[in-house]
Design a protein around this ligand. Structure first.
Ligand code: FES
Ligand SMILES: [Fe+2]
Length: 426
């Protein structure tokens, strides 16, 4: 089990801040102890091994263990270097539980979807015994994908170059041309499985099959019951939409923007800010999770934030924004929720996948769902422009490091510490 990082720069005390990315969230076709401040595995199979980037190219970050008030942000090279990107692939994405999708994407035997995590392509399946099982979506012949997109009720998967076929459980099926290959053992050429599990509606994978790691719930630590209490696992929520956004920035720029304690919200998202009581904003830091929470504003909310206004009228609590290291955000507000999955696609590009959920009573209300997604999308578009601006500045010779604003940017410092801990540990 990986130990929690030393929060050298984090001191107990109440922090006030504001939220960032948010959204208000029928498929007619289908369906914390609070800390203020803070396998189908087959024996003969080879294990997936990430490529080593060679000598560590990580530029020293002198602020990893100093108080937040004295810390500088990581060097800009962390956001512009392909060597750092390779390190992240191996030591961050290769060694943490990664969210890949939700259970509604694969409900019955043979249902599947494909996704990626950095340079790793994945195939997530529902097995005939009801288990979720993900594999590397890489054919053992010459490496082509064995599945694309998503589908239902598949009995097998097939490589696209020469038709190698795999059973739902990843086993390579009979192929008469392979009989002439000396010493060929089909059992040694199954699809490579990865650890797969679910926490509520959320599916997670772990790429490092050689390592024993705590399950997702344990990894979420004291934040797990806190997120549960906030309604993030509520069975009353129904998935109502998904959309992907392509951003011109390093994946960490988007995460940083989310974790600035709402610092940018009044400037970048005035509509959202007017629905929240920014003065009452607070953050909570846990082992691998940070929460940002806000009371609701007492004045009427703009139309696009009708869901928040309804929550206020009903005496509900304000939004809770959870960041689960390394790249998942869960935003719970009013009767709705959205998730944001941030995936690197290059040194200065990333993809963010949004999924929206709302209370099942509202899931077939087209106006409600449209308003939910449009409100969220407006915020996302504002953030995309902001993040692209930041990436340009990080690439400039005029910029090296910045400073944290202690009152609000604790969650960002927390993220950087977790990241540094992973990169340095290797
Ligand atoms: S790469 Fe799969 S059949 Fe050739
Ligand atoms: Fe934002």
């Amino acid at each position: 089990m990986r130990s929690a990082p030393a929060f050298g720069g984090l001191r107990p005390g109440a922090w006030r801040s504001e939220p960032s990315s948010s959204a208000v969230g029928c498929p007619k076709q289908r369906e914390a102890t609070k800390q203020r401040l803070s396998p189908c595995g087959r024996a003969a199979q080879p294990t997936y091994r990430a490529q080593s980037p060679g000598p560590l190219p990580l530029e020293f970050w002198s602020s990893a263990a100093v108080p937040l008030e004295e810390a500088s942000t990581p060097p800009s090279s962390w956001y512009t270097s392909t060597a750092v990107q390779s390190l992240e692939q191996e030591h961050v994405f290769g060694k943490n539980w990664l969210y890949v999708g939700h259970q509604r994407q694969a409900t019955s035997s043979g249902d599947f979807f494909t996704t990626e995590a950095g340079n790793v392509r994945l195939l997530v399946t529902r097995q005939s015994d009801g288990r979720l099982q993900a594999f590397h979506n890489v054919c053992r012949h010459r490496g082509a994908a064995v599945a694309h997109g998503s589908g239902y009720g598949a009995k097998h998967f097939q490589g696209s170059t020469s038709g190698w076929r795999y059973g739902l459980d990843g086993t390579l099926l009979e192929n008469h041309r392979l009989q002439a290959v000396r010493g060929f053992q089909a059992a040694e050429h199954s699809l490579l499985p990865v650890h797969t599990t679910a926490w509520g509606p959320f599916i997670f994978v772990h790429l490092d099959r050689a390592r024993h790691m705590p399950d997702v719930q344990e990894r979420l630590g004291r934040a797990e019951p806190r997120m549960r209490d906030a309604g993030m696992l509520s069975p009353e929520l129904q998935h109502v939409g998904t959309r992907s956004y392509h951003l011109s920035c390093n994946w960490k720029v988007f995460v940083d923007n989310y974790l600035d304690g709402g610092y940018h919200v009044p400037f970048a998202h005035p509509g959202l800010a007017s629905a929240l009581d920014m003065e009452g904003y607070w953050t909570e830091l846990y082992e691998t999770v940070s929460l940002q929470c806000s009371p609701l504003a007492s004045q009427p909310a703009p139309d696009e934030w009708a869901d928040l206004a309804a929550a206020r009228t009903a005496g509900g609590h304000g939004p809770v924004y959870a960041f689960i290291y390394p790249n998942l955000m869960i935003n719970r507000y009013g009767s709705s929720m959205d998730t944001n999955l941030v995936l690197p696609t290059g040194v200065s590009s990333c993809k963010v996948i949004f999924d929206w959920y709302t209370h099942h009573d509202q899931a077939c209300n087209d106006d409600h769902v449209r308003g939910l997604i449009e409100g969220s999308e407006k915020v996302q578009e504002e953030d995309m422009g902001l993040c692209a601006e930041v990436q340009l500045g990080l690439s400039s010779p005029a910029y090296d490091v910045g400073r944290y604003v202690p009152a609000v940017e604790g969650p960002m410092f927390h993220f950087h510490q977790l990241l540094y801990d992973d990169l340095r540990r290797g």
